[in-house]
Design a protein around this ligand. Structure first.
Ligand SMILES: Cc1cc2nc3c(=O)[nH]c(=O)nc-3n(C[C@H](O)[C@H](O)[C@H](O)COP(=O)(O)OP(=O)(O)OC[C@H]3O[C@@H](n4cnc5c(N)ncnc54)[C@H](O)[C@@H]3O)c2cc1C
Length: 480
């Protein structure tokens, strides 16, 4: 390990590191671990240059739950703040430290914990260590003829632990569910070093559901060291369908009818007219016979008979809901390019003074159109707001807004970013949405979770105090 000489917080702990754990305090390493992919930080660095010093003091790479437990006990002894870390693909600053945190700041990266421990083909479950990167997990399962069914756009750069900690949602969520639907049991390491596993049963009424209580808490209550997840056979058949509707309202109604009739396409995506025209391939739209309005892509997969039945029923419903079938080239094109768009964002962000972020909310069907209109009508200055819907439920859906703006003549671009965020959040909140569907809270929505869940956050802080009384785990997050 190289020493980060001169840093007083680090000097306090340099002689006491837990035995046998790989560690680094190299300044390049620390700098890499001092941020995640929160666009605000990227804008700040672009406009103002990098911070003079990295925000973190030490990175540790434990290899098993026992080593995480040693780290947790050591952190209590040495009074350190611990920041659980998966792959750093979070977009809300959830892995980052507050400038005011006075204790040594230690990142605990779980990437060395990347094994598929076992697969149970009878129960169709797999025990997987939490640091595994999504792509590697999926490849491993595919070699066994299986899939997890979880495909966030960040599949290649996010980990199982990060998914669990942020309540992640993948592109095929309408069939396979979100991460919380895929977990049977969690292996957790708590702030006092206790290692415990939640109930490993398809369901239990032995008191509260601890698995669901811990998911989405962004490393503030415990580390996830491993999880038992549900797996499925690789699909026998896939059918992609494309439709168009004159407007987004009709498209939402079509989706509502389908979901409430019990259909579960693996993917269902509705693009509003602006996002359709700016992000979908013009050539493919033309080839598909798209005539304008909102574009819809549906994909069914699974056993051949069930897949055909689902696709057939959606085709039957489409004209009743005012949707016109167009050429399936659009669905095919979406499938082949489904990971492309997220990586194009860097292109826009590399232009000075540009602001780009995504804002994913959810609402019940009765409020969805109002949420859409409220956010679309926000005056963001020089810029546009695109929208698509990609996760659907019996009772509602999410809307994924992309905000592309130019800061104009404002000297302080990060401040402009903050004011745009406040305006869109306020609009969505006022129309009755929950302010994150799957990206989570982090530092970005810290104040907003205290507004949206005011009473519950008071209770959460008591829970946090019980689990981690000295606030060693990811301080400054979730209201803590
Ligand atoms: C291009 C791009 C596309 C994206 N697309 C999607 C998408 O489709 N769906 C989606 O849900 N998200 C998406 N995201 C957001 C991001 O990938 C998810 O939030 C993901 O779940 C984060 O995983 P990670 O391993 O990178 O976690 P990190 O960013 O490392 O951490 C996120 C949070 O989880 C905590 N944490 C991490 N590991 C553990 C652990 N083992 N135990 C306890 N706490 C832990 C951290 O402390 C932090 O609070 C996207 C991000 C990018 C950059």
């Amino acid at each position: 390990m190289t020493m980060n000489a001169g840093n007083q917080r680090f000097e306090k702990i340099r002689h006491s590191l837990p035995d046998g754990i790989v560690a680094s305090s190299d300044s390049h390493v620390l700098r890499a671990y001092s941020q995640d992919l929160w666009p605000r930080k990227m804008i700040e660095i672009r406009e103002q240059g990098p911070d003079p010093e990295p925000a973190m003091d030490l990175v540790l790479w434990p290899e098993n739950a026992a080593q995480i437990s040693d780290v947790a006990r050591w952190a209590v002894r040495m009074d350190c703040a611990l920041y659980p870390y998966g792959a750093g693909s979070g977009v809300c600053g959830a892995t980052t430290a507050d400038a005011g945190e006075p204790r040594p700041r230690v990142v605990v990266d779980l990437k060395r914990m990347n094994c598929v421990r076992s697969i149970d083909r009878k129960s169709m479950t797999a025990w997987v260590e939490a640091g595994i990167i999504g792509e590697n997990l999926e490849r491993h399962l595919n070699q066994e003829g299986l899939t997890l069914g979880h495909f966030p756009s960040s599949l290649y750069c996010s980990s199982l632990g990060g998914w669990l900690a942020t309540r992640s949602a993948g592109q095929l969520s309408t069939k396979y569910g979100k991460i919380e639907d895929m977990v049977l049991s969690l292996e957790c390491v708590f702030a006092d070093g206790t290692v415990a596993e939640t109930a490993r049963a398809p369901r239990s009424a032995m008191g509260a559901d601890w698995t669901q209580l811990l998911l989405g808490t962004e490393g503030t209550l415990c580390f996830f060291s491993a999880a038992c997840v549900l797996v499925h056979p690789l699909p026998e058949k896939r059918v992609g369908l494309s439709f168009e509707t004159p407007d987004i309202r009709t498209a939402m109604e079509f989706a509502r009818m389908a979901l409430q009739a019990g259909l579960r396409p693996a993917a269902l995506r509705i693009y509003d007219p602006l996002e359709t025209s700016l992000t979908l391939s013009r050539a493919v739209l033309k080839e598909s016979g798209f005539g304008g309005g909102a574009a819809i892509v549906a994909q069914f997969e699974g056993g051949a008979a069930v897949t055909d039945a689902g696709a057939g029923e959606l085709l039957r419903m489409a004209p009743l809901a005012g949707a016109r079938r167009i050429g399936d080239q659009l669905a095919q094109h979406w499938w082949e390019h489904r990971y492309d768009i997220s990586y194009k964002q860097q292109l826009i962000m590399s232009h000075g003074r540009m602001i780009l972020d995504t804002f994913e909310v959810a609402a019940t069907w009765d409020k969805l159109q109002a949420v859409y209109e409220a956010v679309k009508n926000v005056n963001i200055g020089f810029g546009i707001v695109l929208a698509h819907l990609s996760h659907f439920y019996h009772a509602g859906a999410n809307i994924y807004f992309s905000i592309v703006a130019h800061a104009g003549l404002t000297p302080d671009v990060p401040a402009r970013y903050d004011s745009i965020w406040s305006d869109v959040m306020r609009a969505a909140e006022g129309a009755g949405a929950t302010l994150s569907h799957h990206h989570g809270v982090g530092r970005l929505r810290r104040e907003w979770i205290m507004r949206e869940r005011a009473d519950w956050m008071k209770i959460f802080l008591k829970v946090k105090n019980g689990f981690d009384p000295e606030n060693h785990l990811n301080p400054g997050k979730m209201g803590g």
